[in-house]
Write a protein that binds this ligand. Structure first.
Ligand code: ZN
Length: 563
């Protein structure tokens, strides 16, 4: 690490050699102290890839003025406030699948958190993105966790292939985040289940994980007091009625033996960071002969966003705690003297709960009408076409996304159902667009500025011919696809094709790079090609959908440095 501060002599010798023989060196102002920075030209020893689940560009914009911990450091690096998860299905699994592969979901194959194969024995039972359903013990609700559905390698896997000494490690509260960021070939993979961290089938928990689980078990047993809200949370701190409950003032006091209360709190991120730090020590990450990869997906922002929305005191407290937790992660790596590069981004953005949006000058935010639920649409289409099936006529995971027509009926009748479904949807003011499978299959993959992509382009980037539905439904802007807010259940969400769900910050930091802010849109598929160049990984042309971003704002060029 120190070696990137030291090469003053090197910097000067380059400056001098650039001068014509006999010319004087450039004058140095006597009144200013020259800042000694040198762009690192050797690969770092560790990539730290952080995903903050549901961390929208809007949250970053709202809270960046208050950050003093890990975010404050990241903001001295390369700041891209308008990163795009460019695709339509802005869910956790697709979003995480883009971060370390450099590929859109149309190529990663991860079109949604859950999809269906009506022709398989599963029928109307969902297939979970991070399960291996060929294992009879697996179900979407209790999956045998696997990356088998991910059709492309992750950066860590590509690096391991190039140099088997690379270690590829991923931790999160969510199994799907671990599998999508780590991929098929993971040296250590841990996620939260029930009341502790678990790992892949057939593997043991390492001593570091056992120790973290023991610490969490003790905390769960005794509970914990409320978390103080910073003074700058005052304007967020008021109750809003949502269905039969109220949100907006909760401070995360933890009752004993409430693991779910723990999970939906900043403490979940704290435990994830503690585990990441312990794994760095245990595996000596960043100290080996090759560059290692540590993926850390912090899930609490998402859990809190779903449970309480994005504009209450709960999210405000979480933003402060997240900043501190990130600081602990980076401080630990600093204390070990590891030369690391960080990227932080998110799998998708999010939208506040419509009841508070209504109070806060966004009255058009509404909940989806129950008539859009798959069972209701099935009834409407059956009435319209006279086509009746024993099982559900239409299969879907909710009131939007991929809709599949039952395979109880043949292709001719299915075509009739598709036509009737699209016609029904198009009369609904809450539906922005409905595209058929055939339509998306002939739509070219979009390119150019993701901000300007049409809705069909966005749907195309989420489309996989073998996995996508017969009809893809996009709800209109600000329609929350949760028809009814039930106490204790999710009240707010993401998943739309609009920019509040697509736009996420992308922040790069490494000691020695010249910081800058680039407000123009970039994409999350740019992250993997950018890191590949920084570590000097050579990949065949066409490996990535994204491009290398030069994350040194000065004369250095991180897209050229290690070619
Ligand atoms: Zn997510």
């Amino acid at each position: 690490m120190r070696r990137f501060v030291a090469p003053l002599a090197l910097t000067l010798s380059i400056a001098l050699s650039a001068c014509a023989p006999g010319a004087s060196p450039p004058p140095v102002s006597a009144t200013s102290t020259p800042v000694v920075t040198a762009t690192p030209t050797t690969p770092p020893k560790l990539i730290v890839a952080v995903s903050v689940d549901q961390f929208s560009a809007d949250l970053f914009a709202q809270y960046r003025q208050h950050y003093t911990g890990g975010f404050a450091r990241l903001m001295t690096g390369a700041v891209f406030p308008a990163g795009f998860q460019s695709h339509a299905a802005t869910e956790t699994c697709p979003g995480h699948s883009t971060l370390m592969t450099g590929a859109h979901p149309s190529r990663t194959g991860i079109i949604a958190n859950n999809w269906f194969d009506p022709a398989s024995p599963r029928g109307d039972k969902p297939i979970y993105c991070a399960e291996d359903e060929s294992d009879p013990a697996s179900s979407a609700r209790n999956p045998v966790v696997s990356a088998v559905h991910l059709k492309v390698p992750t950066l860590g896997e590509m690096m391991k292939k190039a140099n088997p000494a690379t270690r590829n490690v991923a931790v999160s509260a969510k199994d799907r985040a671990v599998m999508m960021m780590g991929g098929h070939d993971i040296d250590a993979a841990y996620w939260w289940k029930g009341a502790g961290f678990v790992t892949l089938g057939g593997r043991e928990l390492s001593p570091a994980v056992q120790a973290e689980n023991a610490a969490v078990t003790a905390e769960l047993k005794r509970g914990a007091p409320a978390i103080a809200a910073p003074a700058w949370c005052a304007s967020n701190d008021h109750a809003v009625n949502v269905g039969k409950a109220a949100v907006g003032t909760y401070r995360f006091d933890l009752a004993p033996d409430k693991p779910d209360q723990f999970r939906i709190s900043p403490r979940m991120d704290g435990a994830t960071v503690d585990l990441a730090n312990s794994l760095v020590d245990e595996m000596q990450l960043g100290k080996g002969p090759a560059t290692d990869v540590l993926s850390v997906s912090l899930s609490a922002t998402d859990y809190i966003g779903h449970a309480t929305g994005t504009e209450g005191v709960e999210m405000c407290i979480q933003m402060a705690q997240l900043d501190q937790n990130l600081g602990r992660l980076f401080d630990h790596l600093d204390s070990l003297g590891i030369d690391y590069v960080v990227v932080l981004s998110a799998d998708h953005g999010g939208l506040d709960t419509p009841e508070r949006a209504d109070e806060q000058a966004f009255p058009r935010a509404i909940r989806a009408d129950k008539s859009l639920m798959p069972a209701e649409l099935s009834k409407a289409v059956a009435a319209k076409t006279g086509i009746v099936t024993k099982g559900p006529l239409l299969i879907a995971d909710g009131p939007f996304g991929d809709f599949y027509v039952s395979r109880e009926i043949g292709p001719d009748q299915r075509a009739v159902v598709v036509k009737a479904l699209v016609a029904t949807l198009k009369t609904n003011p809450q539906v922005a667009a409905a595209f058929t499978h055939d339509e998306l299959a002939v739509t070219p993959m979009p390119a150019g500025n993701p901000q300007d992509w049409t809705l069909k382009d966005r749907a195309r980037a989420s489309f996989d011919p073998a996995r996508s539905g017969d009809v893809v439904v996009l709800l209109d802007r600000a329609v929350t696809p949760i028809p009814e807010a039930m106490p204790g259940m999710y009240i707010a969400t993401h998943g739309s094709a609009f920019d509040y769900d697509r736009r996420v910050p992308i922040l790069f930091w490494r000691k020695g790079i010249h910081g800058f802010e680039q407000p123009q849109p970039v994409e999350t598929v740019d992250i993997a090609p950018t890191l590949a160049q920084i570590v000097g990984l050579k990949v065949p042309d066409g490996t990535f959908d994204g491009r290398c971003l030069d994350v040194d704002g000065g004369p250095g060029n991180t897209c050229e440095a290690n070619k």
